[in-house]
Design a protein around this ligand. Structure first.
Ligand code: SF4
Length: 235
């Protein structure tokens, strides 16, 4: 499947290993997807319906892991939309973890539920939009792209709350900001005396592993206590 995808994009080995190339070439339409994996006419219509509400974006790398002929391939099911996503039961919530309720304001990037830790959203982008995401209301939605002002306000909030010792950077994907921005942000957070650890919430080790570059590792190594929280799904 990898060579099929590389041929489709006419990609060199260097390009395929470059996370920015991978990000720019994420598969976002049915027209692209049907050239890479088997899709019935009914499934194409089904995907289109789902795409009216929720975006699709599959990195070429992650697409290369899909069994193109198996319609129940577990990797395909995580990445390819289904109109079942549009069904909403009366008990379902748009914000299923009630994160917005524990945010200091509507515009804030912070969720502060437990006294000593905060969730700090810094990006609304991902290497691949997971169909099972619990933050679909924000992820991939341009309205929720966090401006620098909101990020600075998040840092200020953490500085003003000395009980916070643990910051979880997430999004979207915490590793889809630039190296420079991440370095700056980690510097600001570790410059705050009461911040002891920073966790990075990221699926790029799974969906866009090219993002883990030597340059990124050098940045992470500079800081005293950085943890990476990721998640793999497997049968
Ligand atoms: S990587 Fe995380 S935030 Fe992004 S779509 Fe998947 S589960 Fe949601």
């Amino acid at each position: 499947m990898k060579s099929k995808i590389m041929n489709y994009f006419n990609a060199s080995k260097e390009e395929f290993s470059d996370w920015k190339w991978q990000y720019r070439h994420r598969i976002e339409t049915v027209e692209e997807l049907e050239k890479l994996i088997e899709l019935s006419e009914a499934k194409k219509e089904d995907i289109k319906k789902a795409l009216e509400v929720f975006p699709m974006a599959i990195s070429p790398y992650y697409a290369s892991l899909i069994d193109s002929k198996d319609h129940n391939c577990p990797i395909r099911i995580q990445a390819v939309p289904s109109s079942a996503e549009l069904k909403k039961s009366s008990w379902e919530l748009e914000d299923p973890l009630c994160e917005d309720k524990d945010s200091p304001s509507e515009e804030s990037c912070i969720t502060h539920r437990y006294p000593d830790r905060v969730l700090f959203l810094i990006s609304n982008r991902c290497g691949m939009y997971c169909r099972h995401c619990t933050r679909k209301r924000r992820v991939g939605n341009r309205e929720y792209d966090y401006p620098e002002k909101a990020i600075r306000e998040g840092i200020e909030y953490i500085r003003e709350h000395s009980e916070i010792r643990d910051v979880l950077l997430s999004g979207g994907d915490a590793l889809l900001v630039s190296d420079e921005k991440l370095d700056w942000l980690l510097g600001e957070l570790f410059d705050t005396p009461h911040v002891e650890i920073v966790r990075l919430g990221s699926r790029v080790p799974v969906t866009l592993p090219q993002r883990i570059t030597p340059e990124l590792c050098e940045i992470l190594e500079k800081y005293p206590s950085v943890w990476l929280n990721t998640h793999f799904n497997h049968p």
